[in-house]
Design a protein around this ligand. Structure first.
Ligand code: AMP
Length: 420
């Protein structure tokens, strides 16, 4: 099916042609016509499947067809869970909007940086706001932004925005929007509890599920390696060097672990940097920029990097610490094998995390052989579960680590999503 049969305007068709995208991806082919008809959409598709354009093109067309209110108030709001994703989505929308006359103004706002330039940027009005929830609320409270003219709301990585960690902020934002609006909710994963919540918010939605089989699913090889907790950094180093991995995204459970592992790799002359929520926004942007530009070979990150980030040609993802849930596993693994490339996802499994790994596997219908790497054969046995035990599935048995309030909220949300 060509792009020209989706009902897009000539200007947007030119934008797509300029990108040299040959045909719409499956999620685009299904979601764009529905969204252009003004329908609500609940779209689930794997990461890297072209979701951003699936909502960006219809919302640009909606704006193209209406005249702006004066003073110019945003007519589309795109909410995303992380700052990096906000920047990335705004960039994608901007690149598709370039050829429109007048060119709509896209404003991106997120926390972790000074609010003043963002307030200044909004003074002359804007057409599309891409935001993380907390900063958006701050701007509304500073009277820098009025959401009363929003006619399209997009939730990107909707499951994350609908889970407990964000629910209070999301409810506050929803209360600021007109009731009559179009809702486009997209995510790679929609656990049942989240689907129920989303469906209750949508008006007669078109449900678009692009099944992995028909999705040109990323070609990702998944492997699991048995290793003792204390030898994981050495094994990581060995794998990077032996396999000559040029670019690796390593996921760990805590900011502390991200710092420590990156530091140890650097000492072994591997060009690595940590990436987590406690770094300044400037540093986060720099690390991601260096990684994307191949100036950095390894990024050791917490789950703040697991959602939506599009890094072309990222051949390897390593779960140094296992993710908290099967859903988080999907998002982490989805960072590799983007846009039809091949990818490899390796999970380190220790005696204390094997049971948790088997649960993740089961949810994904996987049955991976636990491999052993010569020289790194594990000798540890699973510790007996102690009361108030600190050795969780995700901390690899880091002593003294207790789950934070946010961790507990996430765990509760994950349990609710699993129907527990
Ligand atoms: P997304 O899932 O939105 O993060 O997109 C993943 C990647 O696919 C991005 O680098 C897009 O530029 C690219 N992409 C989006 N739509 C198409 C298309 N129809 N054909 C080829 N590539 C696309």
């Amino acid at each position: 099916m060509p792009f020209s049969s989706l009902g897009l305007s000539p200007a947007l068709l030119r934008a797509v042609t300029a990108k040299a995208w040959p045909t719409p991806t499956p999620i685009q082919a299904e979601a764009i016509p529905a969204a252009l008809q003004g329908r609500d959409v609940l779209g689930s598709a794997q990461t890297g499947s072209g979701k951003t354009a699936a909502f960006a093109l219809p919302l640009l067309q909606a704006i193209e067809n209406t005249t702006a209110t004066r003073p110019r108030r945003p007519r589309a709001l795109v909410l995303v869970p992380t700052r990096e994703l906000a920047a990335q989505v705004a960039e994608s929308i901007n690149s598709l909007a370039e050829g429109l006359t007048p060119t709509p103004k896209v404003t991106v706002v997120f926390g972790g940086v000074s609010i003043n330039p963002q307030m200044m940027g909004l003074r002359s009005g804007t057409d599309i706001v891409v935001a993380t929830p907390g900063r958006l609320i701050d701007l509304v409270e500073h009277n820098a932004l009025n959401l009363g003219a929003v006619s399209t709301l997009v939730l990107d990585e909707a499951d994350r925005l609908l889970d407990l960690g964000f629910s209070e902020e999301l409810n506050r934002i929803l209360a600021l929007l007109p009731e009559q609006r179009q809702n486009l909710f997209f995510s790679a994963t929609f656990p049942p509890a989240v689907t129920a919540l989303a469906t209750a918010m949508l008006r007669d939605p078109v449900r678009v599920d692009v099944l992995p089989e028909t999705n040109g699913e990323p070609d990702i090889e998944q492997r699991a390696i048995a290793v003792d907790v204390s030898r994981r950094t050495q094994l990581l180093r060995h794998l990077i060097q032996q396999n000559k991995w040029s670019r690796v995204l390593v996921f760990v459970a805590t900011k502390f672990a991200a710092e420590i592992v990156a530091d140890k790799l650097r000492k072994a002359e591997i060009n690595a940097e940590p990436f987590h929520g406690e770094l300044s926004q400037g540093k986060r942007t720099q690390v991601l920029g260096d990684f994307k530009a191949s100036r950095l070979s390894v990024v050791v990150a917490t789950d703040v990097a697991s959602r939506g980030i599009d890094i072309a040609q990222l051949p390897v993802v390593v779960n140094f610490d296992l993710p908290r849930s099967a859903v988080d596993y999907t998002h982490r693994v989805g960072r590799t094998g983007r846009a039809g490339e091949r990818g490899l996802a390796v999970s380190f499994v220790s005696a204390s995390t094997e049971a948790h790994f088997r649960l993740i596997e089961k949810r994904h219908g996987l049955a991976l052989t636990l491999e052993q790497v010569p020289g790194f054969e594990p000798v540890e046995t699973a510790p007996p579960a102690a009361e108030g035990a600190v050795a969780g599935p995700n901390n690899g048995g880091v002593k003294g680590l207790r789950p934070s309030k946010k961790d507990k909220l996430r765990a509760a949300a994950a349990a609710a999503a699993r129907g527990e």
